[in-house]
Design a protein around this ligand. Structure first.
Ligand code: BEZ
Length: 326
């Protein structure tokens, strides 16, 4: 009789669409950034939040520093369901989702607080709708790693000094366009290879955010920095579409809410810590920083970049329009 009752209950549960037995799951989360990076700290904190919200059923195991491969490799793993989640740069995703190039429009915003407003806008949120078809992933939320600056081995008094430099860039078409437009020779390579490439002279210059400069110590081998704030560097918290489809509605909400909480915390931390990170860089012995380098340093590049990328995505015009109201 007891067996009969259990069987009836099981049949009833399995027969109701959307109903499921509470599932235990540890999400494998991949990142290109090292354990000290704010993203990694927030992914670990997201694991704690997931545990709290699910009564201990849901957890996270993080794989930092590109342990699972490049961002493109992690994206392929998300697509097959071999990886559950990843916090990937908006830059890396532009190969599959050209609309995300608008986030990387040069000098789209004047400061990091406005970058946060863009990432929290409905326009930016709408771009995430393209992810399932283009990448087999679900985009849960945006965050960022601050604004990008330029660092080189030699002094840079004008844009002519950037001409012909071998510039490491994050592999991403809109970033490549920007660097080609001022005559640099872009060398796309993953974050994990940048320090050694600078140390052994394979590259002359990089563009990078305060957080990563401090984490890796790029100033060991690039002693000149232009504080350009020439683009924001966004991040999207992704979950594999295949994995997402296996979650109950209740767990989807928990995952969405936990990710949003830690995306928001990440953005808030970058906004509030950006200036103090610059102060820490100013204290680095031997590092020369030229502040307040504006778009005029790059001549007419903003106009030319917009002309090229506006043909590829309407979001360049939309985000430029949005930022006029800031
Ligand atoms: C980069 O490719 O430069 C990068 C990626 C993730 C975080 C910070 C920097």
């Amino acid at each position: 009789m007891k067996y009969f009752t259990t069987a009836v209950v099981m049949t009833a549960v399995m027969g109701i669409p959307g109903a499921s037995l509470a599932q235990e799951k540890t999400f494998r989360v991949g990142l290109i950034t090292p354990q000290v990076h704010v993203w990694n700290q927030e992914v670990d904190a997201m694991g704690v939040t997931l545990g709290e919200m699910s009564g201990g059923r849901l957890a996270v195991t993080a794989f930092p520093s590109g342990q699972l491969g490049s961002e493109e490799t992690m994206l392929q793993q998300l697509q097959t369901g071999a990886l559950d989640m990843a916090w990937l740069t908006t830059a890396g995703l532009t190969v599959r989702v050209p609309d995300l190039a608008a986030i990387h429009a040069p000098f789209l915003v004047d400061n990091i607080a406005d970058a946060a407003k863009v990432l929290r806008s409905d326009d930016a949120r709408e771009i995430l709708d393209a992810l399932p078809a283009a990448t087999g992933t679900v985009g849960l939320c945006y965050a960022m790693t601050g604004m990008r600056q330029i660092m080189a081995k030699n002094p840079m008094a004008s844009a002519q000094d950037l001409d012909g430099l071998r510039f490491r860039i994050t592999p991403a078409p809109p970033i490549q366009t920007f660097f080609e437009m001022f005559g640099a020779a872009p060398a796309p390579m993953p974050l994990t290879q940048v320090y050694d490439a600078l140390a052994n002279g394979q590259i002359d210059a990089i563009d990078m955010d305060h957080e990563s400069i401090l984490n890796f110590g790029y100033h060991d081998h690039a002693k000149h920095m232009l504080e350009t704030n020439h683009q924001m560097f966004g991040m999207v918290a992704l979950v594999s579409g295949r994995v997402w489809a296996t979650l109950s509605d209740e767990d989807k909400k928990i995952v969405q809410d936990a990710a949003q909480k830690h995306c928001d915390q990440t953005v808030d931390r970058f906004v509030s810590e950006e200036d103090s990170k610059l102060e820490r860089l100013k204290a680095v012995e031997g590092l020369t920083i030229t502040e307040n380098v504006g778009p005029e340093f790059f001549g007419d590049i903003v106009t030319r970049w917009d002309a090229e990328w506006s043909d590829k995505t309407p979001y360049v015009a939309r985000l430029r329009e949005l930022t006029k109201s800031f």
